[in-house]
Design a protein around this ligand. Structure first.
Ligand code: ADP
Length: 486
C-alpha cells in the first residue's frame, strides 16, 4: 500500500468555517458624532463589500466637510469641557473598560474583520483583535502616569486629533491610534478606510455602550476626500496618518506651516535576510509568515528576500514546497492561510506588478492552488532572477509577492537592503548574535526582527526611516507624539 507523505496530505483538510449566525450588521451605518449615530449632511452613502464573495455587507455614510465640521465641534467641546479636565485616573477607567469590552466581543469583531477585509479568521482572531485590546490596556496604564513618563516636562494634551487609517488592520489601527490619544487627554475624529469601515463602526457602538463621554471619540466614514477634509480642517491640532507614501506626502505638504502636528506611518519594502548559519526551516516559516499570511497586506511585509548564496537552492526548494501547502480561500475558514485581496483595485495593482516582474525578466513561480471563482484572489507568488533595479524589488506591491535575491557578504547585503526609498522594517535570520547586532546597527529600518517576523507590542515604538514615515507610534515615543512637552 502506498502511504501518503505527511506533508502531501496536510493540505487536504476538511472545511472549518466560522459561523456568522450571531453577527448582526445593520443595513446602513451613519457617522458617529457626539455619542450618536447621525445621518450624513449631504445624505450620501456607499457600499462596503465582502472581498471574498463580492456580496454587499452594508452601506456607510459618505463624510463631507459639513460632517467633519460637526465632528470637530463635538470633539472640541468634549475636549474643553470634559476630557481634558477629567482626573486622569477616571480617563484610565474608560480606556480600560473599552479594552475589556473588546475582549468580551472579540469573536464578533474577528468575524466582521474577516468579512469586511478578507483576512483569514486565524489572523483576525489571534492577532488583530487581541492586539487591539492590548493597545487599550497598555495605554490605560499610562493615563495617570504621564508625569512619571515625562518627568519635569509638564505633559499637556494637544487638543483635537484627526486620525486616518488604512484597510489592512482596521480595528487594530483604530485602537493603535485612539488609545494613546485618549490616554494623553486628547479627543478624536477617526476615519477608517473606505473598504473596511465596519469594525470601526462596531467600535463606535462599543464606545457608546462603554459610557465614554459624548464627543470624545467621533468616527466619520468616507474615502480620500473625507480624509482630506479632516487634514485641512483648521481646528484640528494633530493628524495621525497610516497609509500610502503617496498620500502621506500630500498630507505632509498640507500641514506644513500650520500649527498642526503630524505623524505618518507609510509604505515599506522590507528586506528579510537569511544567512547560511540560520535555522533554515524556522526561517522559511518566518519568511512565509512575513509575506504570504495576510496576503502581503502589511506595510512591514518582508517583500524582499536576500538569501546567502550557499543556501540558495535549499531555501528556494523549501519555499516552493511551502507555497504549495498554503491554503488559499475562504477567510472565515480556520485553516486558511491566505485570504482575499482587499479590493478589486488592489488586486489590479498586484497583478500589474506581477506582469512588470515577468516583463523585466524575473522568473515567476506561483502556487498551483485553485482560486475560488468569485472574489478577489491572488496566488502566493515568488520571483527568482531578480536584480536591484527591477521594479518588483523597488516598489511596494502590497500583495503576496516575494522578490528573491542572493548575496555573498554582510557588506553586500546591507548595501542591497538599504538601497530603497523605504525603511520601515527588516528581518535577520542567523545563529550568530554578533551578526544580528552588526546588522541592526547598519540596516536603515525602524523595526528589525531577529529570527522572527511580524511581532508587535504596544510598548514598542513603531515607525519608519526615509519615505516610510515620520515619528513613532507605540511605547513612550508614541505617547510623546500626542503631548506638548516642555
Ligand atoms: P492604501 O493604498 O493603503 O489604500 P491610502 O493612502 O490610499 O492607502 O489610504 C489610506 C487612508 O487614507 C484611507 O483611509 C484613505 O481613505 C485615506 N486617504 C486617501 N487619500 C487621502 C487624502 N488625499 N487625504 C487624506 N486621506 C486620504
Amino acid at each position: 500500500m502506498k502511504t501518503k507523505d505527511k506533508s502531501e496530505s496536510s493540505w487536504n483538510l476538511s472545511p472549518a468555517p466560522e459561523s456568522t449566525d450571531h453577527i448582526q450588521l445593520k443595513k446602513r451605518y451613519e457617522h458617529f458624532i457626539n455619542g450618536k449615530f447621525v445621518k450624513p449632511v449631504k445624505g450620501k452613502y456607499f457600499a462596503t463589500i465582502n472581498p471574498a464573495t463580492e456580496v454587499k455587507l452594508a452601506e456607510v455614510a459618505e463624510g463631507t466637510i459639513e460632517d467633519v465640521n460637526k465632528a470637530v465641534n463635538a470633539a472640541r467641546s468634549a475636549y474643553e469641557n470634559v476630557w481634558s479636565v477629567m482626573p486622569a485616573l477616571e480617563r484610565a477607567k474608560y480606556i480600560y473598560r473599552i479594552a475589556r469590552m473588546i475582549q468580551e466581543r472579540a469573536k464578533e469583531f474577528a468575524i466582521i474583520e474577516s468579512l469586511d477585509g478578507g483576512k483569514p479568521i486565524r489572523e483576525s482572531r489571534d492577532i488583530d483583535i487581541p492586539l487591539a485590546a492590548n493597545h487599550f490596556f497598555y495605554h490605560a496604564g499610562w493615563a495617570d502616569k504621564l508625569e512619571y513618563a515625562f518627568p519635569n516636562k509638564n505633559p499637556q494634551p494637544l487638543g483635537v486629533v484627526g486620525q486616518i487609517i488604512p484597510w489592512n488592520f482596521p480595528l487594530l489601527m483604530a485602537s493603535w491610534k485612539i488609545a494613546p490619544a485618549l490616554a494623553t487627554g486628547n479627543t478624536v475624529i477617526l476615519k477608517p478606510a473606505e473598504t473596511t469601515p465596519l469594525t470601526a463602526l462596531k467600535l463606535a457602538e462599543l464606545i457608546q455602550d462603554s459610557g465614554l463621554p459624548d464627543g470624545v471619540v467621533n468616527i466619520i466614514t468616507g474615502a480620500g476626500e473625507t480624509g482630506a477634509a479632516i487634514v485641512n480642517h483648521p481646528e484640528i491640532n494633530k493628524i495621525a496618518f497610516t497609509g500610502s507614501t503617496q498620500v502621506g506626502k500630500i498630507i505632509n505638504k498640507t500641514v506644513a506651516g500650520t500649527q498642526k502636528k503630524v505623524t505618518l506611518e507609510l509604505g515599506g519594502k522590507a528586506a528579510n535576510i537569511i544567512f547560511e548559519d540560520a535555522a533554515i526551516d524556522q526561517a522559511v516559516e518566518g519568511i512565509v509568515n512575513g509575506i504570504y499570511f495576510n496576503q502581503g497586506h502589511v506595510c512591514c511585509a518582508g517583500s524582499r528576500l536576500f538569501v546567502q548564496e550557499s543556501i540558495f537552492e535549499t531555501v528556494v526548494k523549501k519555499l516552493k514546497h511551502r507555497l504549495e501547502s498554503l491554503i488559499v480561500g475562504d477567510p472565515l475558514d480556520k485553516n486558511t492561510d491566505v485570504g482575499a485581496i482587499n479590493s478589486k483595485e488592489q488586486l489590479k495593482t498586484i497583478n500589474d506588478y506581477i506582469e512588470i516582474g515577468k516583463q523585466e525578466g524575473a522568473l515567476m513561480y506561483q502556487s498551483s492552488c485553485t482560486l475560488p471563482s468569485k472574489g478577489n484572489w491572488c496566488k502566493p507568488t515568488l520571483f527568482l532572477n531578480v536584480s536591484q533595479s527591477h521594479t518588483i524589488a523597488q516598489e511596494e506591491i502590497f500583495g503576496p509577492v516575494l522578490a528573491i535575491q542572493t548575496f555573498r557578504t554582510i557588506e553586500e547585503v546591507i548595501s542591497k537592503a538599504n538601497n530603497t526609498p523605504y525603511g520601515l522594517s527588516a528581518g535577520v535570520w542567523t545563529d550568530k548574535g554578533s551578526k544580528i547586532f552588526n546588522l541592526t546597527h547598519q540596516l536603515q529600518a525602524g523595526v528589525i526582527w531577529a529570527n522572527t517576523y511580524n511581532k508587535f507590542d504596544p510598548a514598542s515604538p513603531f515607525g519608519g526611516y526615509k519615505e516610510s514615515g515620520l515619528g513613532r507610534e507605540g511605547g513612550l515615543h508614541g505617547l510623546a507624539a500626542y503631548l506638548n512637552l516642555k
